[in-house]
Design a protein around this ligand. Structure first.
Ligand code: GRF
Length: 189
């Protein structure tokens, strides 16, 4: 028997990873329900994506409001999909939380390693492979248990931006798979 989670997707920007989850859910790829999309940025395009798909969505500007909404919606799984804020300890302790990171962790992880910063470093080091990782969120930045990781050959990429495009494709492929893995592991938190 697999678990069924009530998911909150936390976002800050474009929300292409959120979109990959919305599409996967439409195709019955996983059982769990995307209950709410929460953004710390009122202009986040991810909020529009949620709206367009009739998913409850909210802008929050502090962690107490975040805490309250998670309780109110009876959330059992939090997905950080391009959420650019640190989750405070009091929330970390209570929830199963996963994050999508645009590199092959433990490489190119840690403080300051987000978005294009990651791809710039990868480019500078002339890596042949990059990729994406979904991992559990703990109080060590990008240091939690790895749930799924996939690599992509980037030897043809001529800029950090082109690496980002290739890596995003991988992100969209593995984030939905991570949900399925967690459902099948029957994790009770
Ligand atoms: C992705 O690269 C993700 O790995 C990172 O932030 C970016 C968000 O992209 N944490 P999007 O908002 O899902 O399009």
């Amino acid at each position: 028997m697999s678990s069924n989670f009530k998911i909150a997707v936390l976002v800050s920007g474009n929300g292409s990873n959120l979109q990959s989850l919305i599409d996967a859910k439409k195709n019955f790829f996983f059982n769990s329900e995307i209950k709410i999309v929460i953004s710390n940025n009122n202009n986040s395009y991810a909020l529009k994506r949620a709206n367009n798909n009739n998913i409850k969505n909210i802008f929050i500007n502090n962690d107490n409001d975040l805490n309250e909404i998670l309780i109110k919606e009876k959330i059992s799984l939090i997905i950080l999909a391009g959420y650019l804020k640190i989750i405070p300890d009091f929330i970390l302790k209570k929830y199963l939380i996963i994050n999508i990171h645009p590199s092959l962790l433990p490489k190119y992880g840690g403080k300051g390693m987000y978005g294009l910063h990651v791809h710039k470093e990868v480019f500078k080091n002339k890596e042949i492979y990059s990729g994406a990782t979904v991992h559990q969120v703990t109080n060590i930045i990008d240091g939690g248990k790895i749930i799924i990781q996939e690599k992509v050959n980037i030897s043809d990429c001529k800029s950090p931006e082109s690496i980002q495009i290739e890596v995003l494709k991988v992100e969209h492929n593995i984030l939905k798979k991570a949900i399925k893995i967690i459902e099948e592991e029957n994790i009770i938190f």
